[in-house]
Design a protein around this ligand. Structure first.
Ligand code: FO1
Length: 321
């Protein structure tokens, strides 16, 4: 069974890792393609930083920081400390090993190599056997519209620590962007598309905003995993964003966010109260423990999501039989 997973942020990376390990149990990690958000990408110290690509790759390679979920494990910050001592900005921490990624990615981009090719080469170097694809090779930076004006994503997320009240989002340059090579192929080859438990507004929507992606998805069964558990997120501002946009944060709100695309929805056991209403949509709904505790938690949820995808395919076979 081929899976295309849309992912951004720490929760998305962790389920992508669980799916990769789950497929590897049957010897087919290569059947997973992870299509990653690039809306968080920005320039810092003259380097091109791609946080969600790095968070997904470090997590898949088993070299990510278990504490933060982003950046590298066993990291040091000597270069950042030296730059900050000279007056450089300190609000976005770049570790020494992480800097190696940014230096080499920036060098290759300046030589004219596309981000998708650089990502494939980095995956080979890190021993990652599934495909990791930026949704586009063109920059599509997420701008956060707030009561303090329009902020670039990292300015909102890290520098302002998600404090400004959100009014909306803009994916700059989306209309002029194309899916990166391999993205539409991964979606067309997939038996099921999985929306990982990422922020619907600033991780999944920026991927759907690239022309051609939503069209390719609409021909496929989509299973989404809710990032919101009893009205809150494990990590990140998704619940706060829903509330500021006037929507009560809940797994049901997330399902409504994706409604026209869904064949299946997985929510946490604490949100079982929504199963009955969601089932009336004619989709398959499953409640489970969606918090992933360590590698075992990721493999468990990854295998459960893979079983869920098989159930969706079987249900579709029966309905067309
Ligand atoms: N997030 C923070 O809250 N503070 C940081 O200093 C920080 C540095 C950082 C460096 C590299 C990287 O790949 C990610 C980093 N992040 C940091 C996370 C980043 O803001 C991501 O965009 C979020 O994880 C959302 O996806």
């Amino acid at each position: 069974m081929k899976i295309a997973a849309l992912a951004g942020g720490v929760g998305g990376a962790r389920l992508a890792h669980g799916l990769s390990m789950g497929l590897a149990l049957s010897g087919s990690a290569a059947d997973l393609s992870v299509i990653v958000n690039i809306g968080d990408d920005f320039e810092h110290y003259g380097l091109r930083i791609c946080p969600d690509l790095d968070t997904v790759c470090y997590t898949l390679a088993g070299i990510g920081s278990p504490q933060t979920g982003w950046g590298r494990q066993d990291e040091s910050y000597r270069a950042a400390e030296a730059a900050e001592k000279l007056g450089g900005p300190a609000w976005f921490r770049l570790g020494d090993a992480d800097l190696g990624t940014h230096l080499e990615r920036t060098r290759r981009l300046r030589e004219g190599h596309p981000l998708s090719q650089i990502t494939a080469d980095f995956c080979a170097a890190w021993g990652i056997s599934c495909r990791v694809l930026p949704v586009s090779d063109q920059p599509v930076p997420t701008m956060v519209l707030t009561e303090d004006g329009e902020l670039p994503f990292q300015e909102y997320f890290v520098h302002r620590q998600c404090q400004p009240v959100v009014k909306g989002f803009r994916f700059e340059g989306a209309a002029q962007s194309q899916p990166a090579p391999g993205v539409l192929e991964a979606l067309n080859e997939a038996d099921v598309v999985v929306f990982c438990p990422s922020n619907p507004w600033v991780s999944i929507d920026p991927i759907l905003a690239v022309p051609g992606v939503r069209g390719a998805l609409s021909r496929k069964p989509v299973a989404a995993v809710s990032p919101i558990i009893s009205g809150k997120t494990v990590k990140g501002p998704a619940a706060k964003m829903y509330a500021e946009l006037g929507i009560a944060p809940s797994a049901l709100a997330v399902a409504r966010h994706y409604r026209d695309l869904l064949a299946g929805f997985i929510l946490d056991r604490m949100d079982e109260c929504y199963i009955e209403e969601l089932s009336r949509w004619g989709i398959i709904v499953n409640a489970t423990q969606t918090i992933m505790a360590g590698a075992e938690g990721r493999i468990r949820l990854g295998c459960e999501v893979l079983e869920f995808c098989k159930a969706i395919l079987n249900a579709q076979k029966e309905s067309t039989a």
